[in-house]
Design a protein around this ligand. Structure first.
Ligand code: NAD
Ligand code: IPM
Ligand code: MN
Length: 344
């Protein structure tokens, strides 16, 4: 049966970059059926529900979900984003958020002296940590207010993300936490890290504190292979890694559960309200996210061809403004499309 992909462009630049990416994918994954759904702030403001049950059922049946970005300045409450992105990650138990950051060309690095090739993955635990939704607000709005967020980590959750890290690593796993300030979760992560690392003697195991990891990333991003960390640290470090690899307009991501059939693909960036509606957003993150989707569905050669076309276009200077070029979203995507047809 032809794979079915549910497409949720979402808000802001999601609506600009996702259709461009899907147009390229249509020529590459023969037979993939793409079905678009309006799960966005307009629907939320109109009806109070962003993801109604009838659309959710379609997402459940899809082989993969391709999401642009959720977030709109007209919506003030975090519940909206949680009801889409957070909900899908949790309800499908997509615990492994894979966020690769590869420097495609040295000219893209914001560093003065990029020292080595950069090709790493930030592997973000996606269902626990500071994002588990556990906490409370007491006496809100008063000068007696108390706000609590629990840092939730389980033996099973930590073990499976560490196993995933060793499974995708080529040479090293660097586990990042903050045990000196958060010793309870730190103890669990360290104990499980030692145990899992022992099962993978061929892969180096290293630990860094999250603050030091941020500094190391800027000093020499080429040293890393897989960085595995809890949800919130992973969110932050993946923007940092994306920016070091040229900008978050280039950074793709996939959310996986290897035991399940489902996966959710989304660029690392958000809806970028500051540039939305102007046709200037970089479509590369969405296009490379489409590449991860192709790979997941088994179209490996097509995924490689797409990445090669992106690299060729970038190196030829066919770039949007964020990368120092002057192409619009549609022109940048079209340039990649031309190189795809030419084979590089
Ligand atoms: P953002 O990632 O949307 O933007 C950060 C900066 O990067 C902005 O200056 C933006 O213009 C720029 N940028 C982002 N993507 C770009 C692209 N493709 N091309 C060129 N420039 C790009 O982060 P934000 O401003 O903090 O968030 C905006 C909204 O998006 C918020 O509501 C936030 O919660 C949401 N968000 C959603 C997701 C998601 O759905 N996956 C991810 C991150 C943020
Ligand atoms: C991301 C985003 C989300 C997150 C927001 C929108 C809640 O920043 O996917 O990186 O932090 O998970
Ligand atoms: Mn983020």
């Amino acid at each position: 049966m032809a794979p079915r992909v549910a497409v949720l462009p979402g808000d802001g630049i999601g609506r600009e970059v996702v259709p461009e990416a899907v147009a390229l994918l249509q020529g590459l994954g023969p037979g993939i059926e793409f079905e678009f759904f309006d799960v966005d702030a307009d629907r939320y403001l109109r009806t109070g529900v962003a993801l109604p049950p009838e659309i959710f059922r379609r997402l459940e049946q899809a082989d993969a979900i391709f999401l642009g970005a959720i977030g709109d300045p007209r919506v003030g409450d975090a519940a909206y984003q949680a009801s889409v992105l957070g909900h899908l990650r949790t309800v499908f138990d997509l615990y492994a958020n894979v966020r690769p950051a590869r420097l495609l060309d040295e000219s893209l690095s914001p560093l003065r002296h990029p020292r080595r090739r950069m090709d790493l993955v930030v592997l973000r635990e996606n269902t626990e940590g500071l994002y588990a939704g556990m906490g409370a607000r007491y006496r809100p709005g008063s000068d007696q207010e108390v706000a609590i967020v629990h840092h939730y980590n389980t033996y099973a959750g930590v073990t499976r993300i560490l196993e995933y890290a060793f499974a995708i690593a080529r040479r090293e796993v660097c586990m990042v936490d903050k045990w000196n300030a958060m010793p309870e979760s730190g103890a669990l992560w360290h104990a499980r890290f030692r145990a899992v690392a022992e099962r993978h003697p061929g892969i180096r195991a290293r630990h860094l504190m999250v603050d030091a990891a941020a500094a190391h990333l800027v000093r020499d991003p080429g040293q890393f292979d897989v960085i595995v960390t809890e949800n919130c640290f992973g969110d932050i470090l993946s923007d940092l890694a994306g920016e070091l690899a040229g900008g978050i307009g280039m950074a793709p991501s996939g959310n996986f559960n290897p035991a399940g059939r489902r996966a959710l693909f989304e660029p690392v960036h958000g809806s970028a309200p500051d540039i939305a509606g102007r046709g200037v957003a970089n479509p590369v993150a969405a296009i490379r996210t489409g590449g991860m989707l192709l790979q997941h569905l088994g179209f490996e050669a097509a995924a490689r061809a797409l990445e090669a076309a992106v690299v060729a276009a970038i190196r030829a200077g066919e770039r949007t403004r964020d990368l120092g070029g002057n192409l619009s979203t549609a022109e940048a995507a079209a340039a990649i499309g031309r190189r795809l047809r030419r084979g590089g």
